[in-house]
Design a protein around this ligand. Structure first.
Ligand SMILES: Nc1ncnc2c1ncn2[C@@H]1O[C@H](COP(=O)(O)OP(=O)(O)O)[C@@H](O)[C@H]1O
Ligand SMILES: [Mg+2]
Length: 304
């Protein structure tokens, strides 16, 4: 008999036993495509005194079953709590904590994508000294333009002040931008800072609110090494090209140590495709235009 698969969503912060409204459409599509659903309270998990009751509404399962989380990003520590609590109820998340971190933290997944992603340096952030060390490492970029992010997220909507630096050898500007990034990420800063060579991407348009350039990017999902789908990344802008051939990215995906992850790719001005980032598939958002039903249908197929 086919194994019953479960999808775990976050509960609404306002109503018990109801899915968080931001995931309602996915919750419905998951059910329609044969998944059982479970709910947990995200606020419990992320609070210092309630994390141990995070699965309080999940009953003990008779046999060990695989569960896929679809929800808000978690730190590896939060993921580890969730993983162990679920395991004690006989549910095993599709990725171990290590596999989760492999795609969640850019420095952890560079080893899988190094040949197809812009040159990158990074430094864990634990003191003022870390910034100096990072600036030293950034010398490899010479006068090239760079972009900044933490180990997980950028502040791309503050493109000019906290993300993009025109000339990496302008250390004052680099330092100023790193500090702005740290200030904006605040307590949500993930581990450390990453500096990456800026490459010219094929423009679609300029974001109507933030002024950030929107470029030809796609989000791919992989489950059990199989490609689930390729989706236009931005909701604004016109994708004139037909969807790119993903064969070479499917090859790279086979080496990625994760059972469910996303891969963002972008077209450079010279036509070549590169990888922008990987993400754990459980916390990677579905681009707005993605057909939810199709996504969960493909997920069911890839899981079997
Ligand atoms: N090396 C790069 N060169 C040019 N543009 C980039 C580069 N890296 C990222 N970008 C642009 O910046 C955006 C945000 O970067 P990304 O690494 O995806 O951060 P986030 O995790 O915040 O989405 C990308 O969607 C892409 O448009
Ligand atoms: Mg991104």
């Amino acid at each position: 008999m086919k194994e019953q698969l479960y999808i775990l969503f976050c509960e609404s912060p306002f109503q018990t036993n109801k899915v968080d409204e931001d995931f309602e459409d996915q919750f419905i599509s998951a059910k329609e495509n044969g998944f059982e659903t479970l709910l947990f309270n995200f606020e419990d998990l992320t609070s210092a005194d309630r994390f141990s009751v995070v699965t309080k509404r999940i009953k003990q399962n008779e046999e060990l079953a695989t569960v896929i989380y679809r929800g808000w990003m978690l730190t590896p520590k939060q993921y580890s709590i969730l993983y162990n609590e679920l395991l004690s109820k006989n549910y095993k998340l599709i990725n171990t904590v290590e596999e989760y971190q492999n795609c969640h933290y850019l420095p952890d997944n560079l080893r899988f994508i190094e040949n197809r992603t812009p040159k990158t340096v990074f430094e864990k952030f634990d003191s003022e000294n870390s910034i100096d060390k990072l600036i030293e490492k950034s010398k490899i970029f010479g006068q090239k333009s760079v972009i900044l992010k933490d180990y997980v997220k950028s502040e791309k909507h503050d493109w000019e002040t906290a993300c993009f630096v025109l000339d990496a050898s302008d250390t004052d500007k680099l330092k100023q931008t790193i500090n702005k990034l740290i200030e904006l990420r605040d307590k949500y800063l993930n581990e450390g800072i990453v500096v990456r060579e800026f490459v010219e991407l094929n423009n679609l348009t300029i974001h109507s609110k933030s002024g950030m350039p929107l470029t030809e990017e796609y989000r791919l999902f992989f489950c059990n090494k199989k490609i689930l789908g390729i989706y236009d990344y931005w909701e604004e802008g016109e994708y004139k090209h037909s969807k790119p051939d993903t064969t070479e990215f499917e090859e790279i995906a086979k080496r990625v140590e994760s059972n469910f992850f996303s891969m963002d790719i972008a077209r450079q001005k010279n036509g070549e495709l590169i990888i922008i980032e990987l993400g754990d598939g459980q916390v990677a958002g579905l681009p707005d235009k993605t057909d939810r039903n199709e996504f969960y249908k493909q997920l069911q197929i890839c899981c079997c």
